[in-house]
Design a protein around this ligand. Structure first.
Ligand SMILES: *[C@@H]1O[C@H](CO)[C@@H](O)[C@H](O)[C@H]1NC(C)=O
Ligand SMILES: *[C@@H]1O[C@H](CO)[C@@H](O)[C@H](O)[C@H]1NC(C)=O
Length: 498
């Protein structure tokens, strides 16, 4: 009897484990939105099963009957996003192209062989869940075993694992999806791309787009990017890098490097990135120096975005000497005063105009405290700033100093005589000092005198107004006796009437 009950209990346990519950696919269209692509209308090119926020807890056990799952030409989009699923189970069989998302699903675990029977799965979005590195084992992403190649490759193209809790990847996590072209691990607390994480990434030799932004990264193993000869876009903004990580220079096909929001003080491109076309170095709180000579390593650069860099006072436009294809240069919202490197000694070398030959179409300099001196004027002339289109009429591209030129638009600086007058020239002293009229005391005095003048004006005005009033009353008393009496009459009438 005892053994029998034990066996029974055992059977129940095994039974529940084997009979995992699923949502019923046959009736799922009653709860979710089902739409079939219609050849006569071009609205939808795919069949849609949208179960976003429908209180589901499981995967569906089957596709709704109306879905054609045996035509490889068709495409199914399945969304389970916004449901409380926790453990994601294997998807039902289809040979159509498949796009799958389960964001905000509270996912903690993934069943192995998730996509084993969906061989043409193209894109998978598992962002905003609670997946850790442990949940991402090699078997999760395995495809069907192919004896000929002795592999279980899955031809996944795009995988989004952003905003999870991955601190480390297992070294073979991606072996079966080595064909991946897009991967996002953004907003995971990775800290470093080293050891097993680096090994896992190194297998993705077909990657074209890698997002490692906001991952608290301080370090990337030099070998992590070794094989990524196809990588064109790398997003490493919002990390803790103090220089461009060495591993980046392995990316020979890199076109776009998003480096913004890193605590880099000196921007130096140490090695060639021959294909680099676009660079974003915005919002770097401590960036104070851009080593323009190092830009000879990125000769193909077309777009440089560097706005909101509050510690940057100088950006030497001699950078153009190396960047003959540069079309767009964005330097707005920083602390820029100069477009040349102020010289330390007196031997003021006249800059060579040819160094500024360029292909610029966009040069954005707004919201900087420009020091409008002869040197700035010269550089603006060389790059023909006034002939570049000026985007917004009232943009804040203005001189801040010297005082007499405050608020002058930079495009108007060209027409002003600033080179003859010594006072406008930056002093050629080793330590660059503000001109006398810009020191706080002088500014205070200026404000004070303005205040006094305004005050005097107000007082004089008041006196005049008072005098005028008095004169008027006197005049009225003298010149309009009739009206005076009439007023009195009307006022006093009621009294007589009583
Ligand atoms: C396809 O769309 C057209 C126009 O929207 C509609 O008239 C037709 O009934 C649809 N066909 C099917 C099979 O849903
Ligand atoms: C550059 O980076 C900043 C800060 O991350 C971002 O706001 C901006 O949209 C980016 N611009 C381009 C062109 O990538």
């Amino acid at each position: 009897m005892k053994t029998l009950s034990r066996i029974l209990v055992l059977l129940v346990i095994v039974g529940t484990a084997m009979l995992e519950s699923y949502e019923d696919g046959a009736s799922i269209c009653e709860r979710c939105t089902c739409m079939i692509a219609n050849k006569t209308s071009t609205v939808l090119s795919y069949d849609l099963l949208d179960c976003t926020r429908k209180n589901l807890q499981h995967m569906i056990n089957n596709w709704p009957e109306m879905f054609n799952t045996i035509d490889p030409e068709r495409e199914i989009v399945l969304s389970l996003s916004g449901n409380n699923i926790i453990n994601l189970q294997q998807l039902p069989t289809t040979i159509t192209t498949l796009v799958f998302s389960c964001c905000h699903c509270n996912l903690e675990t993934l069943s192995s062989g998730l996509f084993k029977d969906t061989v043409n799965v193209l894109r998978v979005d598992l962002s905003f869940n609670k997946l850790s590195g442990d949940a991402l084992s090699r078997d999760v992403f395995r495809g069907q075993y192919n004896a000929e190649y002795n592999s279980a490759l899955l031809l996944l193209d795009e995988l989004d694992l952003s905003s999870n809790v991955i601190m480390q990847l297992q070294e073979d996590a991606f072996v079966h999806i080595a064909m991946l072209r897009h991967l996002s691990l953004a907003r995971n607390p990775l800290g470093q791309i080293t050891d097993s994480t680096a090994t896992a990434l190194a297998q993705l030799i077909n990657l074209e787009h890698l997002d490692l932004s906001y991952c608290s990264l301080t370090d990337i193993d030099a070998t992590a990017f070794d094989g990524m000869q196809a990588l064109r876009e790398l997003h490493i903004q919002g990390n803790l890098f103090t220089a461009i990580p060495q591993a980046v220079y392995q990316l020979f096909s890199l076109h776009f490097l998003h480096l913004a929001e890193n605590p880099i003080e000196v921007l130096n491109i140490a090695q060639p990135l021959k294909q680099l076309v676009q660079l974003n170095v915005s919002s770097m709180p401590v960036l104070h120096t851009v080593e323009v000579e190092s830009f000879e390593n990125v000769k193909q650069l077309k777009i440089y975005t560097g706005s909101n860099n509050p510690a940057l006072e100088v950006f030497d436009l001699k950078i153009l000497r190396h960047l003959s294809f540069l079309k767009e240069l964005v330097l707005s919202r920083s602390n820029l005063k100069h477009l040349h490197t102020p010289l330390e000694d007196d031997s003021a070398e006249q800059p060579d105009e040819s160094a500024y030959k360029n292909a610029l179409e966009v040069l954005l300099l707004s919201e900087n405290p420009w020091h409008c001196d002869c040197a700035l004027q010269r550089v603006l002339k060389y790059v023909q700033f006034s002939q570049l289109p000026h985007y917004v009429e009232d943009d804040e591209t203005r001189c801040e100093t010297p005082y007499v030129l405050t608020s002058l638009h930079l495009s108007e600086l060209i027409d002003i005589e600033v080179c003859d007058q010594l006072v406008y020239d930056p002093p050629n002293s080793p330590v660059y000092e503000k001109p006398a009229f810009l020191r706080p005391r002088s500014i205070f005095l200026t404000l004070l005198s303005v205040g006094i003048v305004v005050g005097l004006g107000i007082i004089i005005g008041l006196v005049i107004v008072c005098l005028k009033r008095r004169l008027k009353t006197q005049m009225m008393a003298v010149s309009s006796p009739v009206r005076y009496t009439s007023v009195r009459e009307s006022k006093s009438m009621p009294i007589y009437q009583i």
